[in-house]
Design a protein. Structure first.
Length: 179
């Protein structure tokens, strides 16, 4: 039995949750999200909380119990508060700018790199070397941040590239001179 799956999910006042045909609809001040409930699970909605329940007692239900509870809890947090990921760009001449729903990067390549932001994700650039991504879907936000980081990963010798805020990049010692 999943310890995570047993926990109740608190519902903020401004969030409404409805279930229709195994499809969970979560609506809040920041937007709305949908989640398909697996056939081996069920959702019980109470006035101030939500409970994910198992209908079957097998391995698949055990595996999906805690996962579904975590996904639903993240969706409720997303539509009420939202999620934020921050990235920083390190390197001489490396910078980003925002053009509509596209991020334009100069990352030391011979050309500019254009990255279109997915629907539901917004970006702010307080400095040309700092990117703040915001969204209500934690998975899409994390994947977007990972895709942007993949454009120029931090290299281990000088640490240049795109990294998450406060990410520690393990540095290597450069080539030793011989005499």
């Amino acid at each position: 039995m999943s310890r995570v799956g047993k926990k109740k999910i608190p519902l903020p006042k401004q969030v409404t949750v409805t279930v229709q045909d195994r499809r969970l609809h979560i609506q809040g001040p920041k937007g709305e999200l949908f989640h398909e409930i697996p056939p081996c699970l069920g959702v019980r909605i109470e006035p101030d909380c939500l409970q994910v329940e198992k209908h079957q007692n097998n391995r698949e239900a055990d595996a999906l119990h805690g996962l579904s509870r975590s996904l639903i809890a993240n969706m409720i947090k997303g539509v009420s508060e939202g999620f934020v990921r921050e990235l920083e760009i390190v390197g001489v001449g490396y910078r980003a700018e925002l053009a509509g729903q596209n991020l334009l990067f100069q990352l030391g390549y011979s050309h500019r790199v254009t990255y279109p932001l997915p629907q539901g994700i917004s970006a702010e650039l307080p400095k040309p070397t700092q990117i703040i991504l915001k969204g209500i879907d934690k998975f899409v936000l994390g994947q977007t941040a990972a895709n942007i980081r993949e454009l120029r990963k931090p290299e281990p010798y000088k640490g240049k590239g795109i990294r998450y805020l406060n990410e520690v990049v393990r540095r290597k010692v450069g080539k030793a001179g011989t005499k």
